[in-house]
Write a protein that binds this ligand. Structure first.
Ligand code: ZN
Length: 252
């Protein structure tokens, strides 16, 4: 049988969310990550003729899980969700936790717990393909708000991501890169800014972002190697620097 490299299809939903469909062409199957609503993903499954193999959920916010019941009622499949969100995600049936390995068709995911945005937040890491599905932890030039976790937890979760291979592609759920760029530019213009990335690299990043967005293309997936050089939240060297940035960003 042919060995086609799996690929990811991005389905835009709401204002700025993406649902990720991981396509295993050889087996005609698809995994879906964070379906905030069902109709577009359901339509994609019908149009493509692919079978739903499973749903992966990163955390309990409704814009990530809102479509899961409708989706599996039409396309029955197991639903993976963080064990720490057992009370919040009633629809799920398979609970995942730190270090767990999940073999699914050609994929073998490793679960990474990343508290901060929420306490139970997980990411799904596929080491062969170097794909990371990280929900609302890291964004292009930014990071997720801390709704439940502490600054320490938010900072430590980003440190864990920095240890992944630099070739990693980060599939984050929101298209926030343009608004985060405005923050980064403001930050580099501050007289006393403690965190400044490589300004040439940031300019290149801004140009590429602009041309992609003009063509209506997503800025996701992010290249971890690039984010490591320009994303101020990844450049923060201490919890206090991270706290300073997060507070400043919240005020914007
Ligand atoms: Zn969220």
């Amino acid at each position: 049988m042919a060995n086609t490299r799996p690929r990811v299809e991005l389905i835009p939903i709401f204002e700025d969310n993406y649902v990720f469909c991981l396509i295993d062409q050889d087996n005609q199957e698809v995994l879906v990550v964070d379906p905030g609503e069902a109709s577009k993903t359901s339509q994609f499954l019908k149009d493509s003729g692919l079978k739903l193999k499973g749903v992966l959920l990163t955390h309990h916010h409704n814009d990530h899980i809102g479509g899961v019941r409708d989706l599996v009622s039409e396309h029955p499949a197991p639903i993976y969700a963080p064990k720490k969100n057992q009370t919040q995600i009633g629809a799920a049936d398979t609970w995942v936790y730190e270090g767990q390995k999940i073999p699914l068709g050609p994929f073998e995911f490793e679960v990474i717990e990343l508290p901060g945005h929420t306490l139970g937040h997980v990411a799904y890491w596929e080491p062969k393909l170097k794909w990371l599905f990280s929900g609302d932890v890291l964004f292009g030039l930014g990071c997720g708000r801390l709704f439940e976790g502490t600054y320490e937890q938010g900072y430590e979760s980003l440190q864990r991501l920095k240890k992944l291979p630099s070739e990693t592609l980060v599939y984050c759920t929101h298209e926030y890169t343009e608004s985060n760029l405005i923050f980064c530019n403001m930050l580099s213009n501050l007289d006393n800014s403690p965190i400044t990335g490589d300004s040439e690299e940031l300019e290149m990043y801004a140009n590429q972002l602009q041309s992609r967005r003009e063509m209506d293309l997503p800025s996701v997936p992010l290249k971890l190697s690039v984010e490591m050089r320009v994303n101020p939240f990844l450049l923060a060297k201490s919890v206090s620097q991270f706290t300073y940035l997060r507070d400043l960003r919240n005020k914007q």
